[in-house]
Design a protein around this ligand. Structure first.
Ligand SMILES: NC(=O)c1ccc[n+]([C@@H]2O[C@H](COP(=O)([O-])OP(=O)(O)OC[C@H]3O[C@@H](n4cnc5c(N)ncnc54)[C@H](O)[C@@H]3O)[C@@H](O)[C@H]2O)c1
Length: 245
């Protein structure tokens, strides 16, 4: 049984992780969330300072604004941590990389295995179709705080090189598409769990790669699979690729 400290325990994703933990041989021993609302058979405290007992792995589905306290806890606890929140700055991502020198850290802006496969397929399509114009479109539920999604930004990062320019949305002032532009577009509304499309647009033909998350379960399941993997890892930075080997 893997014991889990669940940060962001009262949010949409935290509740999914708590609901599915047993299926993965995991037990939530404590939740951390400022709302402090107890809704299951584990205590929920409002800050990391109040975490009492021991645990094997931390899973975080809190928000980017919680980063400083989360990182401080990880650095002092030195327990394996799975960081799933999106919307971090480049500087915050570099702090994670530094912290991973002393602590096992798993970082992914998308815990779905399918999205990892989408990234691999997009890399292959770009290599085989260097002439293609690339556009990324994502859609998420109306409550999502950050835009474009962390997953769209990861896809953008995967497909960017010295010849490309990132174009985050277009408006009447944007003008004509320039060679090497990669456009990223965000749609918000309803209860959409997560849709990502990558368009490779050539003359007279196009390819569209599409991933659709039908529910939030898929991200919770990915985080719980990662917990099983991470409990026995040494310091270092880990990602979705490690769940495929
Ligand atoms: N990596 C992935 O696969 C993946 C998938 C879905 C969502 N996300 C990201 O996970 C995060 C949470 O998503 P959500 O839909 O559950 O959001 P949510 O708003 O429903 O939940 C966030 C929770 O974090 C809590 N919180 C705020 N500050 C905190 C702190 N200092 N310490 C602990 N908890 C704190 C909030 O009270 C809230 O309960 C977002 O950043 C989202 O983009 C990532």
């Amino acid at each position: 049984m893997t014991s889990i400290l669940l940060s962001g325990a009262c949010g949409r994703m935290g509740r999914e992780v708590a609901r599915l933990a047993g299926e993965y041989g995991c037990r939530i021993v404590c939740g951390v969330d400022p709302s402090g609302q107890k809704y299951a058979d584990f205590p929920v405290v409002s800050s990391f300072e109040q975490v009492g007992g021991d645990y094997d792995v931390l899973i975080d589905f809190s928000l980017a604004k919680a980063f400083d306290k989360l990182l401080a806890h990880i650095q002092s606890a030195k327990k394996p941590a799975i960081l799933c929140a999106t919307g971090y700055t480049k500087e915050q991502e570099s702090f994670i990389q530094k912290a991973a020198k002393n602590t096992p850290i798993f970082r992914s802006t998308n815990m779905s295995k399918g999205i990892y496969v989408l990234n691999q397929l997009a890399t292959l399509a770009k290599r085989l179709l260097p002439e293609a114009d690339i556009e990324i479109v994502e859609a998420h539920h109306r409550m999502k705080a950050d835009a474009p999604s962390g997953t769209a930004m990861t896809l953008l990062h995967t497909l960017s090189d010295s010849q490309t320019n990132n174009v985050l949305g277009r408006n009447p002032q944007s003008g004509k598409r320039a060679k090497g532009d990669i456009g990223v577009h965000a749609i918000r509304g309803g209860s959409v769990a997560g849709e990502h499309e990558v368009f490779f647009l050539c003359d007279d033909e196009s390819i569209t790669l599409r991933h659709s998350a039908q529910s939030r379960c898929v991200f919770a399941r990915g985080a719980l699979s990662a917990a099983d993997f991470m409990k026995s890892q040494t310091a270092g930075l880990y990602g979705m690729q490690h769940l495929f080997s």
